[in-house]
Design a protein around this ligand. Sequence first.
Ligand SMILES: NC(=O)c1ccc[n+]([C@@H]2O[C@H](COP(=O)([O-])OP(=O)(O)OC[C@H]3O[C@@H](n4cnc5c(N)ncnc54)[C@H](O)[C@@H]3O)[C@@H](O)[C@H]2O)c1
Length: 334
Amino acid sequence: MKVALCGLGEIGQIHLRAIRESGHELVGVLELNRRLAVESVGDEVPIHTEVMEMVELTEPDVVDICLPHHLHVPIAVAALEAGADVLLEKPMAIDLAGCDEIIAAAEAFDHRVGISHNQIHFAPHRRLRELIDAGRLGQIRAIYERLWMGGKYGGWREDSSQVGGGLLMDAGVHRVYMAEYLGGPVETVTAVMDNPRAEDAFAITLGYESGAIGVIQGGYHGPDGVFDDRIEIQATEAMVEILGCEAFFEGDLEGELRLRHRIGGEWVDDPVTGHWDESVIASVQSVLADLAAGREPEVGLREGRSAVAVVEAAYRSAETGRTIRISELEERNS
Ligand SMILES: NC(=O)c1ccc[n+]([C@@H]2O[C@H](COP(=O)([O-])OP(=O)(O)OC[C@H]3O[C@@H](n4cnc5c(N)ncnc54)[C@H](O)[C@@H]3O)[C@@H](O)[C@H]2O)c1
């Protein structure tokens, strides 16, 4: 397939590697930062600053979008209208209305959309999912997830109008889709935040359709430089502790085993390993492989929208002090 890549920043660089290594053909890039674009692709492909020009001149089969969040909807819709499939970084959009615009365009122009929820491709997370599917944990009763960061990235990520929120809408989205990947659909959301829609700290309680309870707690408040995203599970037959894939950014946990479980009365270190960038590459290549085969991507419109719905419910809960049912959002949105 011919693939055009939008955005060559932090994650765009990993997508670039993934596309090059996938055997698909990079046909063009969209990037406002000319120096970065030239450093990244030289004269290998044309560099564009306007999406319509790029899709008209390069006629891509897939447009891969690694841009700030507020650009996801307009660029995805433009790509779909131009006749391409779309690969979109998380989050799918900054609100449910944006997700629905993308869904409507995908239906109208009969094209597919895959979302890069890369952490489901982190090998220890996939191994955990296998254990769940094989019934090794029994019934999951509680999932605790944390996201402790020390410091912010700066740039557009500190502008809530471009992010669509604060920490939850940014790195927190990984915790949200992982909550659903491990525990299934969420029914209710109750949240506390310091400053909803521009939050630096949050705690969310999830009520799963299965009857299980989830907790996601995140904050930017240090110590400086840390990135710690652990998950713990309590199930009827097992307990699990897992160091998330972003916990290894700073190197201070390098060499630690990622996944420990107590199945059948004994704690075991599972030898499966993985790294953050491998999970991004696997995620990009998985979407490209599904699109090339004409299949719905493993993570598509439904999963992308579902994660945004949980975030939206959390914002409304924090603003109103009420528990929000996901079904309530659907009524308001229809
Ligand atoms: N999966 C992950 O672990 C992960 C990690 C980082 C970022 N992300 C996601 O990737 C996306 C991009 O984030 P990032 O950290 O790479 O951002 P970034 O700021 O590092 O890169 C964004 C790039 O887009 C370019 N850009 C901005 N507006 C543009 C426009 N109108 N036209 C063309 N180019 C434009 C910028 O020049 C910049 O190079 C976001 O959705 C973010 O949430 C995901």
